[in-house]
Every structure is written in structure tokens, then in C-alpha cells.
Design a protein. Sequence first.
Length: 110
Amino acid sequence: MQQIYFIELGTGVDLRGQSTTKAAVRAVRDAIGTNLIPSVPLLTGGNVDKLQVNVRLAVPGPAAEIDLDAVREVFPVGTITFEVVQGGMVTDNGIGDKAIMVNAAVEVGI
């Protein structure tokens, strides 16, 4: 990526199902869900498919547990790449199971 235009951060939790994928999808939605950047067509010369999106996910378990195609579906445009790193959290949910937390950093640029 030559130029980063913005970075958004988010957190997602699966409270009962212990799904890292569900938590990752929620983290990405949290990061990008309230953004509207009207200047993107100007920045990309009208071709929003030129956008490069790097998604860094901090997860508490193995990267293989995440369905990255399901996470990719959250993004409306751009070429999406992923980096999965150790992080996140596993905590008791109070009803005998674990809650899975994933953090996301989403970099968007060209």
C-alpha cells in the first residue's frame, strides 16, 4: 500500500458460541460500520476497486480457526488482505462457557 488514507479500530465478541469467526466479523463491522468517506471516489480516480484494505486481526487462538472469506464479505469494495496475530481474549461469560474477543485494525489506502 503506497498511501494509507485512514485506519479504523474495532472489537468484536462472540458471547456464547465461542466462534473466532463471528467475533472477527463483529470486530470488522465495529471498525468500519459507521464510516462514510465521500472523498474515496476522488482519491481513487473514480475506481473504488483500487482501494487496498489491510485487515489485522488479533485473535486468542490459532489463525486457522477463522473463516477469512466470511470476514471478507463485510467489505463492500477493495482488495482485502489479512494479517492474523496472537491477541484478543478468552473470558468466562458467566453461564459456564467462554466469550471470545477479537480486535481489528483496518487500514485503507491505495
